[in-house]
Design a binder for this molecule. Structure first.
Ligand code: COA
Length: 323
């Protein structure tokens, strides 16, 4: 059994935060942001929009494109680092809102690598025969944990959700393989210190709820990690890079993507980039990009598509899919 992606969907909150608006909040410039990151604008949720709202809309979109009613789903899996609340899981909130009953739902947190971790998990469940139709959503609302007086982080992140419906198939299509990695010794490269059991609300200062990032260090390990994940996965699946039709990397920074292309000697024209419009949407970035690539007919039947991601944890990984 293989896990085939039979539908994709995405949802971006309508509020746009462009570089000109950021110029009014911190000492920065559109020119600096575009040249260092490739980002021109990103979406930002309002006080009334939470991760489950974005996830629900993306899920409805993916289910419609898959031609599947919600009651055909037998597992709801959400990759997120920014749940609506500490408990219950956002998976349960979305499952309830979709009106699906008596099927498991849970969250998985691998931050920006959440979609790849989720895809590998869904694939394993389908290969084992445990579930046949899985709804996998990558969603994050990092702007809720962003300090808009910190110019090193506020220029990068945006909010969004992307979803896929995976179904068991005997066709030679779907997820071929995945590689997952973590290095917890570097947990402090990107983190939000407060709100958990280490610094609970009664001990937290307001600034403890904001993300802190070592941008420069992260940049270097990101390029190395992405390259390692891709090369290891190609070796594991015995596929040559020349045969890869399309790469969808996590949208963290165009310079990271450019450096990766250079290291791999892989043409930029075959790498999907939409960071200009959305910034880094964490676990949502790959499924949003995938949806746009599918909707824009950039991916064709039988194409070999490679996903690769990197993020807080540190976590990184890659997945190979035959479309
Ligand atoms: N506007 C203008 N200047 C800025 C700035 C901003 N928004 N942010 C930082 N600077 C300044 C710094 O203060 C520094 O000034 P100094 O030389 O006077 O000290 C200078 O620009 C260079 O800073 P540096 O941090 O070396 O820049 P950089 O080229 O590494 O770019 C990032 C910064 C954050 C864009 C880059 O490191 C990056 O993208 N890292 C990866 C982050 C990431 O992808 N995280 C998510 C992983 S999932």
């Amino acid at each position: 059994m293989r896990a085939k992606i039979i539908g994709t969907g995405a949802f971006l909150p309508p509020g746009v935060l462009n570089n000109e608006a950021l110029e009014k909040m911190v000492v920065t410039s559109d020119e600096w942001i575009v040249s260092r990151t490739g980002i021109r604008e990103r979406r930002r949720t309002t006080d009334n929009e939470a991760s489950s709202d974005l996830a629900y809309n993306a899920a409805k979109h993916a289910l419609k494109n898959a031609g599947l009613k919600p009651d055909r789903i037998d597992l709801v899996l959400i990759a997120t680092a920014t749940p609506d609340m500490l408990l219950p899981s956002t998976g349960c909130l979305v499952q309830g809102r979709l009106g699906i009953r008596n099927v498991p739902a849970f969250d998985l947190n691998a931050v920006c690598s959440g979609f790849i971790y989720g895809l590998a998990t869904a694939d394993a469940f389908i290969r084992s025969g445990a579930y046949k139709s899985i709804l996998l959503i990558g969603v994050d609302t990092i702007t809720k944990f962003t300090d808009y007086s910190d110019r090193t982080t506020c220029i990068i992140f945006g909010d969004g959700a992307g979803a896929v419906v995976l179904q068991a198939t005997r066709e030679k299509k779907g997820v071929i393989g995945s590689r997952l990695y973590a290095d917890g010794t570097k947990w402090d490269y990107i983190h939000v210190p407060g709100g958990g059991s280490r610094i609970p609300s009664y001990a937290a200062a307001p600034s403890d709820y904001y993300m802190i990032m070592k941008g420069h260090d992260t940049f270097r390990v990101a390029v190395r990690g992405l390259e390692q994940a891709i090369l290891d996965l190609l070796k594991q699946t015995r596929v040559s890079l020349r045969d890869i039709d399309f790469i969808i990397p996590h949208q963290a920074n165009t310079r990271i993507i450019g450096a990766l292309a250079e290291k791999l000697k892989y043409p930029m024209e075959k790498i999907f980039v939409n960071i200009e419009n959305y910034g880094n949407t964490s676990a949502a970035s790959i499924p949003i990009a995938l949806h746009e690539a599918v909707a824009g007919k950039r991916i064709r039947n039988n194409d070999l598509v490679l996903f690769a991601s990197f993020g807080s944890g540190l976590t990184w990984g890659a997945s190979l899919v035959k479309w």
